[in-house]
Ligand binder design. Sequence first.
Ligand code: FMN
Length: 187
Amino acid sequence: MKTLLVIAHPRRSSLTGQAADAFREAAQVNGHAFELADLAQEQFDPVLREADEPNWNDPEKVYSEDVRREMQRVERNDATVIVFPVYWWSMPALLKGWIDRVWNNGWAYGARKFPHQRVWMIGVAGGLPDSFAKRGYDTAIQTQLDVGILDYCGVRERRLQLLHGSIEGDDYPTQILTQARALGAEF
Ligand SMILES: Cc1cc2nc3c(=O)[nH]c(=O)nc-3n(C[C@H](O)[C@H](O)[C@H](O)COP(=O)(O)O)c2cc1C
């Protein structure tokens, strides 16, 4: 499957970047091919301005050139995998802005649905599962990202997977990279 691999981390050498590489390497063994979208390195502007504001009465609205280029990048692939660090029990503003602008009315929801059946989101989290469960952040992030975005945009083969313990866990990089590799093999 031709897959757009979106990374939303300020540093390519980060654990998040390494997890994306581990996922990609394992998936390539099964014949998947990847196009990389490193939003920070590309200096993607996450602020939704007037040109990309949805017009609820016009699903055919033509968005900004930047957004049309991003849409084409999605369209020339068959699946999307998004790898990001968990910030404030959610995604970084950089990625949120990519979704705000690109997953727009008439293209990802409304008159049309997101072009891909398969979208996986992989979040690298500093905390362990227990600290997420303690205050309900585990179900909150699932509802927000998996239901609120992927399901809302009609993605059938959707998945939100958190790789926990990048800060709190012991031997965290190894475990997170092992999990990322296993996910890639499963993709
Ligand atoms: C602004 C900010 C907010 C964060 N919020 C959370 C959080 O809500 N929950 C959590 O588990 N980790 C949080 N973290 C930790 C990141 O998830 C952690 O930096 C990342 O998993 C480590 O991977 P990296 O080396 O790729 O950055 C936050 C980090 C930053 C910089």
